[in-house]
Design a protein around this ligand. Structure first.
Ligand code: NAP
Length: 291
């Protein structure tokens, strides 16, 4: 594809997004001519603004809070993964903008961000997920797809459990997966001895409240020594949760890796070509400098 690529991200509010820097870097290293803009669109203007962008020859959009779910009825087609996830984070505009197709690259972004050894172990792993929002659903989708032995959700609000369980059933059936799921209260977490990995999908620990963590070092101490701790937050790069886990010698993974891989997966959809994994390390270094 050698035409000028018009790309962007839409959300409200759009603050401190790393996506413009990420995509400017990727367009440059993949030698594509294009631009990536931030579009701040209020919820009540979503339909009108989306149509305007479609008429302006845009090729692709990332979608962020609060439009990931509400954009779905405005699209012409949703790919099966995004449909199961119930959320779209990427739109591809086809046929000069007359067809808008929705995808969810958070799922593949999370899968690609996992170290190979962690991925291999998932069918024998018991994973604790903190939170049940949009990103928790993408993570759940990925873990069920990879046939993880079990997922335990720790929630502060039991009402969320109903739709989580219903969605887990659909994903399990789609992938013919054996993943077991259960819900516990965040406030009565048992010790963590039985978990091989913990994933924080809540905003607790995010800048500027970066001195907070949902788990104490004493709780983390009860994890097996070969467990991993993943925080979806990428600002700061190393949250308190990750610092505490690292101090105990546990393997840690930052949300920056998922951000990078969802961005690469979105660009692959817009370009209709795959991007070499060699781009990841220099891109990561540039984003770390910007954080
Ligand atoms: P979301 O849909 O608003 O969900 C947030 C979840 O956190 C909800 O389950 C919420 O519980 C829970 N929560 C919020 N405050 C809490 C508290 N004080 N105590 C316990 N639980 C609390 O948000 P999201 O889109 O999933 O994003 C969550 C985080 O992930 C953000 O920091 C975001 O930056 C990050 N993220 C990173 C990536 C990446 O690529 N690395 C991608 C997406 C998101 P309730 O439902 O009870 O309110």
């Amino acid at each position: 594809m050698d035409t000028f690529l018009k790309l962007g991200i839409m959300g409200y509010p759009i603050q401190h997004s790393l996506s413009p820097l990420l995509h400017a870097h990727l367009l440059q290293v993949t030698q594509h001519n294009g631009e990536y803009h931030q579009y701040e669109i209020q919820p009540e203007h979503l339909a009108v603004e989306l149509n305007k962008l479609a008429e302006q020859n845009i090729r692709g959009l990332n979608v962020t809070i609060p439009h990931k779910v509400t954009v779905i009825p405005l699209l012409d087609q949703i790919n099966p993964e995004a449909e199961l996830a119930g959320a779209v984070n990427t739109i591809v505009f086809e046929d000069s903008g007359t067809r808008k197709i929705g995808y969810n690259t958070d799922i593949i972004g999370f899968i690609r961000s996992l170290p190979e050894a962690v991925k291999q172990q998932l069918p024998k792993s018991h994973i604790l997920i903190l939170g049940a929002g949009g990103s928790a659903r993408a993570v759940m989708h990925a873990l069920i797809q990879l046939n993880t032995a079990s997922i335990t959700f720790a929630l502060r609000d039991a009402q969320k459990a109903v739709s989580m369980s219903w969605q887990a059933d659909l994903i399990r059936a789609f992938y013919k997966s054996n993943t077991k799921t259960r819900i516990v209260s965040l406030f009565s977490l048992p010790d963590l001895t039985s978990f091989n990995g913990v994933i924080n999908t809540t905003p607790i620990g995010m800048w500027p409240e970066h001195d907070q963590s949902l788990l104490t070092p004493n709780q983390l101490k009860t994890l097996p020594v070969d467990a991993f701790v993943y925080d979806l937050i990428y600002r700061p790069l190393e949250t308190k949760l990750l610092k505490d886990a690292k101090a105990l010698g546990l393997q840690t993974i930052s949300g920056l890796d998922m951000l990078i891989h969802q961005g690469i997966a979105s660009l692959e959809l817009w370009l209709e070509e795959s991007i070499s994994p060699d781009v990841v390390a220099p891109l990561r270094a540039e984003l770390v400098r910007a954080l």
